[in-house]
Design a protein around this ligand. Structure first.
Ligand code: HEM
Length: 390
């Protein structure tokens, strides 16, 4: 050993070890492994369901999202938010359990160990960012300058890269310590007794369960009475259905809606321009469909209006074409939405004029809005004034 290395070792030996202050026996490899396994499940499910929501909103050629079952997106997005919520206590507990590791010296023992530890930054940073930004999003609170969907999406990829690397590094240890109760190779002390471990993990599971039950009622209606922390009540809103964007915030006025007509343009035999009376004179169809929001809330309603496919037939559009529906609202990312051929062909895809037996409220898109099965709420375009074919 060189004189310099000797001196560094001497200093390290004398330096106080902050890790010593962690006296709880629960800073234990088997506890870390159990929490890690639970996080592996919740984050993987959350990532997969988030990816589904992303590709539905940003269509790619190789993927067609079916229009049935009608409530599938409601389910996947409800699961996305629920697994994200359940992950909050799990991440807090996991970071607390492994906290002594943050002070371990030497911080890096080899090149491989250095890479493993470096990849903890995207894992821990990404996980915390996703959980905080996702939770604030469910409350529609955006105390930041970035565009939430892009930041959340890219952070998810960064986090999942870190998670895959972490699983690669810890899989064997996790397997050994959970299956055989042998934490050899773990860097935490192995001091917790079986009952301590069960008590702690049970409490964390109860916390995760309680948080899930306290919020999931915004989409799972049987639990809405006990979901005291749910950001949305699915029964509260104009005509008993919540809304995210009011007509006022979309700058749509009653005068604009009264002067409204609907145009069908593009690759059609006959371009159409229809008034509300014209639409009301066409065959009306009724469907009970959910509005399922990306923020995790959802609510079912009975909608009545003209089938989109009937309108396309009237205009002489060839079946199988992609559409874009446009809205009266000015300057908004969601002022238009793509409609894939399978959605346009569905019997329940409507240009709705009524909600729960009444004309649509202005906030719900009066005089005419899209409602289609198995589709995120942001794509259920309100105040539709143009159907562009092809
Ligand atoms: C969001 C998910 C996760 C986060 C934030 C997280 C965080 C951490 C951190 C910061 C450490 C300390 C590492 C060090 O200082 O070198 C650690 C250790 C560990 N993690 Fe994870 N982890 C997660 C998921 C997982 C998963 C999915 C597994 C299971 C494969 C797992 C199993 C372990 C194990 C066994 C240890 C080592 C405990 C020891 O050395 O005694 N973790 N985790």
């Amino acid at each position: 050993m060189t004189a310099l290395a000797d001196r560094a070792k001497g200093l390290a030996d004398r330096a106080p070890d902050p890790g010593e202050h962690y006296r709880s026996s629960l800073h234990d490899t088997r506890v870390a492994a159990a929490l890690g396994t639970a996080l592996g499940v919740t984050f993987t499910v959350c990532f997969a369901t988030g990816l589904i929501s992303h590709v539905i909103q940003n269509p790619v050629g190789w993927f067609t999202w079916p229009s049935r079952p009608a409530g599938l997106y409601r389910f996947t997005q409800g699961v996305h938010v629920a697994t994200g919520m359940a992950s909050i206590p799990l991440v807090v507990a996991k970071l607390w359990v492994v906290a002594p590791r943050f002070w371990a010296r030497p911080a890096v023992r080899s090149a491989a160990h250095g890479v493993e530890r470096l990849l903890l930054f995207p894992l821990v940073g990404g996980a915390v960012f996703l959980l905080v930004s996702g939770t604030l999003n469910t409350f529609k609170w955006y105390p930041w300058a970035f565009f939430f969907p892009h930041a959340h999406y890219w952070a998810a990829w960064i986090m999942i890269g870190g998670l895959i690397a972490h699983i690669g590094a810890k899989a064997a240890l996790t397997w050994r310590s959970l299956r055989r109760g042998d934490p050899t190779g773990g860097e935490l002390a192995d001091r917790a007794s079986g009952s301590e471990r069960r008590w702690f993990l049970g409490s964390v599971a109860a916390g995760a369960g309680a948080l899930t039950v306290a919020t999931v009622g915004q989409t799972f209606h049987p639990l809405r009475g006990v979901s005291v922390l749910a950001p949305r009540d699915p029964d509260v809103g104009p005509q008993g259905i919540p809304i995210n964007r009011t007509a006022r915030s979309a700058r749509v006025t009653q005068e604009m809606a009264d002067a409204w007509t609907l145009r069908v343009t593009g690759r059609v035999d006959r371009e159409l321009e229809l008034t509300l009376a014209d639409l009301q004179a066409l065959p009306q169809h009724q469907a009970t469909l959910p509005i399922a929001c990306v923020e995790g809330w959802s609510a079912s309603a009975t909608w009545r209006g003209v089938r989109l496919r009937d309108l396309l037939e009237l205009a002489g559009a060839q079946p199988g074409q992609h559409l874009r529906l446009q809205s009266l609202q000015a300057r908004s990312l969601y002022r238009s939405s793509p409609v894939a051929p399978n959605v346009a062909a569905d019997r329940d895809t409507l240009l709705a004029l009524e909600l729960n037996g009444e004309p649509l409220a202005l906030d719900h898109g009066y005089p005419c809005r899209l409602i289609a099965p198995n589709r995120p709420g942001v794509l259920q375009t309100k105040w539709v004034n143009r159907v562009q074919v092809g």
